[in-house]
Ligand binder design. Structure first.
Ligand SMILES: C[S@@+](CC[C@H](N)C(=O)[O-])C[C@H]1O[C@@H](n2cnc3c(N)ncnc32)[C@H](O)[C@@H]1O
Length: 369
């Protein structure tokens, strides 16, 4: 079979031309972030990491972790037979690697019974991670890291709201702010599942990278450290204003959709901070090689956003509503800060802002121009 050679980071891959095994350059950012977070974590622990990669595909991520991050041992698994044979060629000779070719759920159940725990558990499925999360809980070390991907954009972005209820127990929403809602629905879901298993977590970073959602969580024992204040809903009022709301606030009963009277609920979702900025700063410093330049720029964008503010307004949506042109994001941030409100850019949308300003104040931006 014909083979293509790819280089990414410090690793080289030999992939057969096939429908099932392919190189996806859009996933590079997620792999870069994983490598950098591993470097930071190994430095914190002052030892190399024990890693469990549940869905390794052809081993691109595995090879990059083994080549570029401090890894002591790594369990590498994929259920697909075709992927597995490429995986074997990529990482099978590395003495640190233990290879498996089985369903992640079975592997996790066995590791749980064997009391095997890992510093880093990596879950990178096609679509939603939801079916696998309950199995993951017993195998992450206390204070260990859980790196999760979701690629089910129609579900998390509100085109398939029924599927969102099924996978995440949450209502998603269509619209230009949908990636933010999706991100917070995913984080909220992971948090609730962990809490229900008598654990809790804090996000080290939570991103939509233009292709999929990726969240890195630090997992702790017990639920006492969990703040319920960070779980709630985002509510869109009839005038278009977004507000956060805790569970239990009654929604008005309204049987017919009417945009001037109906409140739109999104969630339940995570309303707390998306990132740990000290951890991100350490990742930035760990990105020493030139090939990390685009990822360094992405981390710098994360560092600048006020991620503790869950309300995001898309300036194009507001401009459409007013039938006016779209102001620059920088001008909008400057204007809101001058009014005494908090405001920043949004890492996944160049023409959106995070703010704690009421919508009426945001709309004044168009009055002054
Ligand atoms: C997105 S790909 C993984 C890509 C890889 N992590 C990378 O960065 O190159 C998802 C993989 O999950 C595997 N997979 C899907 N369901 C699985 C399951 N239940 N158990 C194990 N592997 C599974 C598929 O065979 C596929 O190779």
């Amino acid at each position: 079979m014909a083979v293509e050679v790819y280089k990414e980071g410090a690793a080289e891959f030999h992939l057969p031309r096939s429908q099932h095994v392919f190189y996806n350059p859009r996933a590079k950012l997620g792999r870069d972030l994983g490598v950098l977070a591993m470097r930071v974590e190994a430095e914190r622990l002052e030892r190399p990491l024990e890693v469990l990669e549940l869905m390794a595909g052809a081993g691109l991520r595995s090879k990059r972790y083994l080549t570029e991050a401090p890894v002591a041992r790594m369990v590498v698994n994929d259920a697909n037979y075709e992927s597995f044979s490429v995986l074997q060629q990529h990482v099978g000779d590395d003495p640190r690697v233990e290879l498996h070719n089985e369903l992640a759920q079975r592997l996790l159940s066995r590791f749980y019974l064997e009391e095997r725990r890992f510093d880093w558990v990596d879950l990178d499925p096609f679509g939603t991670p939801a079916p696998y999360v309950p199995f993951v809980q017993g195998v992450i070390r206390w204070e260990g890291l859980f790196y999760v991907t979701a690629t089910d954009a129609p579900v998390l972005c509100g085109a398939q709201r029924g599927e969102s209820l099924k996978s995440y127990d949450a209502v998603s929403a269509l619209g230009r702010e949908c990636h933010e809602f999706g991100l917070r629905i995913l984080v909220g879901f992971l948090m609730r599942r962990l809490v229900q298993a008598n654990m809790h977590a804090v996000p080290l970073f939570s991103v939509f990278d233009g292709y999929c959602w990726r969240v890195l969580l630090r997992v702790f024992k017990g639920t006492r450290g969990f703040s319920i204040e960070n779980l709630g809903f985002i509510v869109q009022m009839p005038d278009g204003e977004y507000r956060t709301a805790m569970a239990g606030v009654p929604a008005p009963v309204n049987y017919e959709w009417n945009s001037s009277t109906t409140i739109r609920w999104v969630g339940p979702l995570w309303t707390g901070p998306l990132h740990d900025h000290a951890f991100l700063g350490a990742m930035f410093k760990a990105a020493r090689e030139d090939y990390f330049e685009p990822t360094r720029r992405f981390i710098a964008r994360l560092q600048k956003e006020l991620d503790e503010l869950p309300i995001v307004y898309n300036l194009s949506t507001l401009a459409d509503r007013l039938d006016r042109s779209v102001p620059s994001t920088r001008a909008a941030i400057r204007f809101l800060r001058a009014q005494g409100y908090k405001a920043s850019g949004v890492h996944h949308s160049g023409n959106s802002i995070r703010t704690d300003a009421p919508l009426q104040v945001v709309l004044k931006l168009w009055e002054q121009s």
